[in-house]
Design a protein around this ligand. Structure first.
Ligand code: HEC
Length: 156
């Protein structure tokens, strides 16, 4: 085989194996959102459940079914090369000013929801499946509340 063609077929083989390993399907967790205020179909921009104990318990169950295989059991150990989700609002946690802190958290919430809904597709390879239409928004926000309780004990 000519060197150019060989390089091209190696490149194709690499793309194919990346796609096969990385393309994952989002499977809805079998966790009931009962106990959480129903939110309907239109996604909110900010998390409505902070401080609610029911959200922590429901969020933990949903997280461990849907997210743990990549982001680590209980968001406490990383089992795959996926980001440590305890870190995602660390910038906000450092802001003492109440108003600025709230603005940072709102921004972080919108970004969390966007990441979860759209998944992560980078140069055509799916690193995380899209959860829009699979995961109820009640469960997504509860998962975020649960992750934040873990962040209290997480690395800075
Ligand atoms: C198939 C593995 C996989 C599953 C399952 C998965 N994720 Fe991810 N997730 C990833 C990877 C890999 C990234 C990093 C993608 C990138 O930016 O390169 C990521 C990124 C994220 C990010 C952005 C974090 C950052 O620092 O950029 C959030 C938020 C997130 N995932 C939340 C979730 C939630 C919530 C669930 C469960 C509903 C979930 N993920 C399930 C693999 C997964």
């Amino acid at each position: 085989m000519k060197p150019m063609r060989k390089r091209f077929s190696l490149f194709c083989a690499l793309l194919f194996s990346l796609a096969v390993h990385a393309n994952e399907i989002a499977v809805a967790p079998s966790v009931s959102p009962d106990g959480l205020t129903p939110l309907g179909e239109t996604w909110l921009e900010a998390n409505p459940y902070r401080g609610q104990a029911a959200a922590v318990a429901i969020g933990r169950a949903a997280y461990n079914q849907a997210c743990a295989r990549c982001h680590g059991v209980d968001a406490a150990t990383n089992t795959a090369p996926a980001p440590d989700l305890r870190q995602i609002n660390r910038y906000c946690r450092r802001i003492a000013d109440r108003e600025l802190n709230a603005a940072c958290m709102r921004d972080n919430d919108a970004w969390f929801a966007k990441s979860v809904r759209n998944g992560k597709v980078i140069v055509g390879v799916s690193h995380m499946p899209a959860w829009q239409g699979v995961l109820k928004q009640e469960l997504a926000w509860a998962i975020q509340v649960f992750i934040e309780t873990q962040a209290a004990t997480g690395r800075e």
